[in-house]
Ligand binder design. Structure first.
Ligand SMILES: *Cc1c(COP(=O)(O)O)cnc(C)c1O
Length: 374
């Protein structure tokens, strides 16, 4: 900060107190080539390594011809397509600038100063930021030792001031899941006037085993149908590979969906994003084949890590989590040296996205070397 900036900072406009101490969102580091010129891989932001399908690019390019116009404010084409795809009424859908944009509206419509928002921790780093900028209070409930949500403790944390509960399933950054039996019991016990958000940003990567139904990871859109206080968040950023276009949506009963549409930034979702999202839904079989390839690659990475001697939580999203504690930053540095950008959470652990096989291999080699030094 220059002297002038500092001076103006002290004398300038009064900003809301709630902004002080808001944690910064840390974007995943970009891939940087190694000193000796080897390729680099970005496994730090849970992005889809596949570029968009040709048909999806075409739809976006066609929309670019009308950039002088505002987009369809109600995302009507996209909402019609989503309603059909998920078998829900159009009035139950609200779109936003990424599902983070919708999540921000969810806080706005439920919680302000004096209100509490309950969620697990560690979980998605956007949660504490969007809670605090709205002046509400975060109630963070520690994950269990196996990195899963402690739903009993979350229920116990509900007070008269609780307005919103977020369940991230699978959880970012640990990849662990909440299953049907425990989730239904939890939803049955939450007061009817508290909104529960099921953030399913990675839902397409979940693979259920052959256990009984209570052991399945449920589809939130089935759970919301007869529960007026449940809202499901989905995104086109991960499985559908459109992180750069910023489009996500919520499915919820009419009063909640309507409030979300009321608070959304007008024209926030560009026509490029809307049209590319529609094209993606129409190309879903092809996109889901790519998701399947990533799920198989995830299996290969988990097996290799286990053989190297690592213990890691169940990985149900497009990343793996290594709880490295104080070795976290050393591990991230070793990966960077090998040409792989990962996402460290200092003092806690490292999240590594499943990307191109070559990048995953480089990560595995680094993990193996590191393991031997532990
Ligand atoms: C990536 C992610 C999102 C989606 O973010 P967008 O704003 O849709 O790109 C939402 N929730 C979680 C937990 C995520 O990891």
């Amino acid at each position: 900060m220059s002297d002038k900036d500092q001076q103006y900072g002290q004398q300038g406009p009064k900003l809301r107190d709630t902004l002080s101490g808001v944690p910064a969102y840390v974007p995943g580091k970009p891939a940087r080539g190694t000193a000796d010129g080897r390729a680099a891989f970005k496994l730090s932001s849970n992005e889809n390594p596949y570029p968009p399908l040709p048909g999806v690019v075409e739809a976006a390019v066609a929309a670019a011809g009308s950039l002088n116009r505002y987009p369809d404010m109600g995302s009507s084409g996209l909402i019609a397509e989503l309603a059909q795809r998920f078998g829900v009424p159009e009035e139950h859908i609200a779109t936003g600038t990424g599902s983070v944009g919708v999540a921000q509206s969810l806080i706005q419509i439920t919680a302000g100063p004096g209100d509490e928002v309950v969620y697990a921790w560690r979980s998605f780093e956007a949660y504490p930021i969007i809670v605090q900028i709205n002046g509400a209070t975060s109630v963070q409930v520690p994950l269990r030792a196996d990195e899963t949500h402690d739903l009993d403790a979350m229920l116990a944390a509900v007070t008269e001031r609780t307005r919103l509960i977020i369940v991230c399933n699978p959880n970012n950054p640990t990849g662990a899941v909440v299953r049907r039996g425990e989730l239904e019991r939890f939803l049955d016990a939450v007061p009817a006037d508290v909104l529960v958000v099921l953030d399913e940003a990675y839902g397409e990567f979940v693979r259920n085993g052959v256990g009984d139904a209570a052991d399945e990871v449920p589809d939130g859109i089935e759970l919301y149908r007869d529960r007026p206080n449940v809202c499901v968040l989905r995104t086109f950023s991960k499985a559908y590979g459109l992180a750069g276009l910023r489009v996500g949506f919520a499915v919820a009963h009419e009063p909640v969906a309507r409030a979300l549409r009321q608070t959304a930034v007008p024209f926030g979702v560009s026509q490029l994003a809307q049209d590319a999202a529609v094209a993606s839904l129409r190309a879903e079989p092809e996109l889901l084949e790519r998701v399947q390839a990533l799920v198989e690659e995830r299996g290969r990475v988990v097996t290799a890590l286990t053989e190297q001697g690592w213990t890691l939580p169940e990985a149900q999203a497009n990343f793996v989590w290594l709880r490295l504690g104080e070795r976290t930053m050393d591990f991230a540095a070793a990966c960077a040296e090998a040409g792989v950008a990962v996402r460290p959470f200092a003092g806690e652990g490292v999240r590594i996205t499943i990307g191109e096989s070559e990048g995953n291999d480089l990560f595995l080699q680094t993990a193996e070397r590191f393991r031997k030094e532990l």
